[in-house]
Design a protein around this ligand. Sequence first.
Ligand code: ADP
Length: 741
Amino acid sequence: MTTAPPTHRPAIAVLTSGGDAPGMNAVVRAVVRTAIGAGADVFAVYEGLQGLVDGGQRIERFGWSSVGSVQHRGGTVIGTARSADFRTREGRRRAALHLLERGIDRLVVVGGDGSLTGTDVFRSEWPDLLDELVEAGEVPAEIAARHGHLVIAGVVGSIDNDMVGTDMTVGADTALHRIVDAIDALASTAASHQRSFVVEVMGRHCGYLALMSAIAGGADYVLIPENPPADGWEDEMCERLRAGRAAGRRESIVVVAEGATDRHGNPITSGHVRDVLAERLAEDVRVTILGHVQRGGAPSAYDRWMPTLLGHAAALEVVHAGPDHEPQLIGVRNNRVHRTPLMSAVERTRQIPGLIQAGDYRAAMAARGSSFTDMVEVFDRIAQANDEPSGGARIAVVHGGGLAPGMNTAVRAAVRFGQSRGHTMLGVQGSFLGLVDGRIDELAWGDVDGWVGSGGAELGTRRAMPRMEQYYAVSRALENNEIDALLVVGGHRAYQAVHDMHAERDRYPGFGLPVICLPATIDNNLPGWETTIGADTALNEIVTAVDRLKQSAMASQRAFVVEVMGRYCGYLALMGALSTGAERVYLHEEGVTLADLSDDVARMVASFRAGRRFHLAIRNEAASEGYTTEVMCRLFAEESAGEFDVRPMVLGHLQQGGNPTPFDRVHATRLAAFCVDWLSAQISARTGQWAFVGSDEGRPTAEPIRTMADLVDSALARPREQWWLDLRPVMAALATEPDAR
Ligand code: ADP
């Protein structure tokens, strides 16, 4: 041993290994800070598992500020590598020595299934490796005895989203952003020339990126490994593209996953798809292989807050683990941290290619998560242009409340999905009052082309809702237009209006139809579904704005109070704070007192004196009536002791603008399909129920609208129970250094 014997504090190491993925830095930051807060010594290993083999300066003690300002950076700041040495027993023996030199016997590994497998091999060999090191006189016996077990926790860093045991892998959401941005750009040029594009995306054996980007990018056809197309797929593909053109599409886009095959296991390449299209459609076809662009760039908002939760949980897992600890995969399920035995998750993941080979496509898709199979079917239905609908009902779609990015996506999916079920789909212009005025148009498949990724609301939305004296007019409008069912895509005001109309429904003959509300608001203040359509887009707008702000402010000593929307709901503020690494968040749910502000400013003065250059606080717009953003800034400036200046930044309506993110597009599509199916079933059963979208472990359900009164605090227009409030301890653990708390 070359260095001093370790202390008795737990010592942990964190490393990133295998392919890099955006969001790995957020994991590392959270692991380092959480572990320090929990009283552990923390080391970062540079260059992945190879760094363990090399030792020396590649294993570095990290402090609180070693991970300052890394969350917004792409890739991994501690480097990653593929290591041939670690595949050898000798390499792993050296790795064990280098860990013991520092008293480290707990590891958080962020990587793909290869890295996690390698680490588990290392863990199972650990006692033998220690015996060898003691025998060779390289490690004293008492040191080996003190560190008899290697504790490991894995976090999956992979853009492919290819791991069983977690809904999302770190980096997949960002990759989806890159792909969908590219498809949006290609779609606009393709439309100008009436051209077809074949887009090849990454994913190895996993079709997640291809399927979700096809949905979010409004593609015509997708080829994924889990669902190889039946023989004759070339004809089907060409037929679908022809039908789309006939229905008004100006461009065609086919997305091919890099691992796509036919049912005989023959690879389907993007070049083959191009040749088929060029020959049979006799038009200009271009191939775009996105390649490493998909891995690059700044992480999305989701790839900042979700990896932060995982890193926090992984650090606590290893710091508190006892000697009989079983290795865990720290993943995410329905927005919650979810632990799974590590190797069973890896093994189940590795079985998927076998399921595909055996032709068990359902099982292969099901292994990808509950929504994967649903989304394959939804995509097929909405991508296929329809003939005139027949035999179905008349279903109207209406918006209500504030604007939410993704409203257009939901209408597009509802129209196309509804038509695929034979229904006539109607769009109401100008919200409920437009309904009263009879501003109702039939929407055909081609009418909603291009709506998948456009911000705003083509149908228009308004905050004004019908008053009780207008209910009769609403009822007449529903009857006169022979509307059989109503899909309301909107926010709190729309939900409240539907609830209030439902309470009076027996008095109005037109109210006998089924109605369902689909949650669309940036505020995320609705009961039922946990992340409303539009909230992810708003969060990304916040994160982008704060990234710029940080860059501009780094040159001077400055504190910012950034005011974000959300009404009385602090979701955007808290998630914005977690995603941007803010030092403080002000929520209406917690309130703000003068004592809080005075503590805050004292801490700010101390930290600027100690060399800090930037302080970021995020304030929900309604956090406090008296301590407005302006008042807070004045108070901080007054008490700054000349150490820093203070600036307010009110983000305002840019949070509602912007094109919907892939997440909002995918969820808008999924929920719209669910709502149309539910309405269809209600029409057939003649039930006339009124509902809003709820969730059963992440699967959409329909909840009776009357229950809203119990679930929502109507004065504050927010749910009584808000799941994300449980994330406040993570914010507290990462924002302030323990000594300064
Ligand atoms: P990923 O972690 O992204 O799946 P790889 O499969 O390339 O990437 O694995 C990364 C590293 O993990 C490898 O370079 C190797 O050092 C280590 N590794 C993978 N599998 C094993 C194994 N069975 N035994 C030991 N080390 C392994």
